[in-house]
Design a protein around this ligand. Structure first.
Ligand code: S3P
Length: 432
C-alpha cells in the first residue's frame, strides 16, 4: 500500500515514547516456553507478524498457546514432545523463526519442512546447515542447501566445536538449540560477539552455559528439565533507534524513550550516535531476567561525521541504514565498512539505500561492504521510495520523508507490520 508521507516542517518530536517489545527476546521466550516443563507466562510479547509466525509454528507442533489480556500463556511440553505435522511450517519473512526452529527441530524425532516468503527464500541457509550437518543433523535445503524450503529428518545429534565464519546470533542460537539434544558439550567461537539474548535466557533458566575467553561453552544434559517461567519483555532498541534518529535530526526535539532493552551487544548505534555528538542520556538502568533495560532522554543535536569502528558492526547490524541518514545531516564524512551482512537481510539493504539516495539526489559513495556519505545535505526531491518489502528500510524512508522539504510516497508501507505494527500511530503521537 502506497503511503504519502508529509514533511514535519516546523513541528518537532516531544514527550514520551515506549517502543514495541523486543523482537529477538520475544522469539526466544516463545521457543524456551514451548520446550519447558509446565506453563510459562509472557508479558509484553511482541505481536508483530514475525513473532506470530513463531507462535503459529508451535501451535502447529501441538503446543497450546492462549492470550489472556496482557499475557501469553504457553503450555510447555518438555524437550522431546513437539508434535508431528505433515503441513509446511511457514516462517513468512522471519529469518529468526526459520534459523532458530531449524536448530530446535533437528533434534526431534520427526520430519519437518520449513518455508518462507519470497525474501526469506533468497536468504542464506547454508550458514546454519553447515554446522547442523557437523552435528549429524539430516537437513536438505534448496539449491544445494543454499536456500529454503528446508527439509529436516530425524537423527541423533552430537556436540561440536565451531568457529562462526560471520558473527550471527541466529546461527549461534540455532547451534545452541540443537545442542539441547546431544547430551554433550558444544563450543562456539564468533569473530566478533553478536547479540547474546539466547545465552542470557539459557543462563536465567539454569542451563550449564558459560562464556570463557570469547568462547561459548554449553554442556547439555538429558536430565535437565527446563523450568516454566515468567518473562517480561523489554522494549526493542532497534525500534527505539528510529525515534532516536528523528529526535537528533529535527530541531527543537526532545524525547524520553521508556523501558528499552540496553543489552550492550545491541547498542552499538547508541555509541556511534553519541560519538557523532548526539545528546543522549541513560536513566533508570536495571537488570530484569538478565537483560539490562532503562530509559533514554534524547535531544536534538549538532552532529559531526565519523568513521564507524568495524568492531561495532554486529552490535548495530539492524541500525546501520540509520547511520546513512545521520551522515547526510552531520557535518563532514561518515563511513561504514565491514557491513557486507546488510546484503543478505530482508532485502539487500546496501542496494536499496543506493537506489533511494540516487532518486533523492543525495551524494553517497557505495562500497561492497558499506558506504561513505558527505554531509550536511538538503533532502529536496519529492520521490517514490521503494523499501523492497523490507520493514526496516520502510521505517528509514519514513524518516527521510518527514525531514525532507517535500515529503515522499512510500511503497508497500504495510511491510512495517513485520516488526512494528503501530509505527505510524506512535510516530504521529510524538510529533507536535
Ligand atoms: C537476530 C539476529 C540478527 C538480526 C536479526 C535478528 C536475532 O541476524 O539482524 O534482525 O534475533 O537473532 P543475524 O544473526 O543474521 O546477524
Amino acid at each position: 500500500m502506497d503511503k504519502n508521507i508529509i514533511p514535519i516542517r516546523n513541528r518537532k518530536l516531544k514527550g514520551e515514547f515506549t517502543p514495541p517489545s523486543d523482537k529477538s527476546i520475544s522469539h526466544r521466550s516463545i521457543i524456551f516456553s514451548a520446550i519447558a516443563n509446565g506453563s510459562s507466562h509472557i508479558y509484553n510479547l511482541l505481536t508483530a507478524e514475525d513473532c506470530k509466525k513463531t507462535l503459529d509454528a508451535f501451535r502447529q507442533l501441538g503446543i497450546k498457546i492462549i492470550r489472556d489480556k496482557d499475557k501469553y500463556i504457553i503450555e510447555g511440553q518438555g524437550l522431546n514432545n513437539l508434535g508431528k505435522t505433515s503441513k509446511i511450517i511457514g516462517c513468512g519473512n522471519s529469518g529468526t523463526t526459520m534459523r532458530l526452529l531449524t536448530g530446535l527441530l533437528a533434534g526431534q524425532n520427526n520430519h519437518y519442512i520449513l518455508d518462507g516468503d519470497s525474501s526469506l527464500r533468497k536468504r542464506p541457509m547454508k550458514r546454519i546447515i553447515t554446522p547442523m550437518k557437523q552435528m549429524n543433523a539430516k537437513i536438505k535445503g534448496k539449491n544445494k542447501d543454499q536456500n529454503c524450503p528446508l527439509q529436516i529428518f530425524p537423527s541423533k545429534l552430537n556436540g561440536i566445536s565451531y568457529q562462526l565464519p560471520v558473527a550471527s546470533a541466529q546461527v549461534k542460537s540455532s547451534i545452541l538449540l540443537a545442542n539441547l539434544y546431544t547430551n554433550q558439550e558444544t563450543i562456539i567461537k564468533e569473530p566478533n560477539p553478536s547479540r547474546d539474548h539466547t545465552e542470557i535466557l539459557m543462563n536465567y533458566l539454569g542451563f550449564n552455559i558459560k562464556l570463557n575467553d570469547d568462547k561459548i561453552i554449553f554442556r547439555s544434559s538429558q536430565n535437565f528439565k527446563i523450568p516454566n517461567s515468567q518473562y517480561t519483555i523489554p522494549g526493542d532498541f532497534s525500534q527505539a533507534a528510529y525515534f532516536i534518529t528523528a529526535t537528533l535530526l529535527i530541531p527543537g526535539s526532545e524525547l524520553l524513550i521508556k523501558n528499552v532493552n540496553l543489552n550492550p551487544t545491541r547498542t552499538g548505534f547508541l555509541k556511534v550516535a553519541k560519538q557523532m555528538g548526539g545528546n543522549i542520556k541513560t536513566r533508570n538502568k536495571q537488570f530484569l531476567q538478565g537483560e539490562l533495560r532503562g530509559d533514554l532522554l534524547v535531544k536534538y543535536s549538532f552532529l559531526k561525521g565519523i568513521k564507524v569502528n568495524e568492531k561495532l558492526i554486529p552490535k548495530m547490524i539492524d541500525e546501520i541504514p540509520l547511520i546513512a541518514l545521520l551522515g547526510i545531516k552531520a557535518e563532514g564524512i561518515t563511513e561504514i565498512t565491514s557491513a557486507e551482512e546488510l546484503r543478505v537481510k530482508e532485502s539487500d539493504r546496501l542496494a536499496v539505500i543506493r537506489k533511494a539516495f540516487n532518486n533523492l539526489d543525495l551524494d553517497i559513495k557505495m562500497f561492497s561492504d558499506g558506504f561513505r556519505v558527505y554531509g550536511p545535505q538538503e533532502i529536496k526531491n519529492k520521490t517514490y521510495l521503494d523499501p523492497y518489502l523490507d520493514h526496516r528500510m520502510a521505517m528509514l524512508f519514513t524518516l527521510i520523508a518527514i525531514i525532507s522539504d517535500n515529503g515522499a510516497v512510500l511503497k508497500d508501507s504495510q511491510c512495517i507490520k513485520n516488526s512494528f505494527p503501530n509505527f505510524f500511530d506512535k510516530l504521529n503521537k510524538v510529533i507536535v
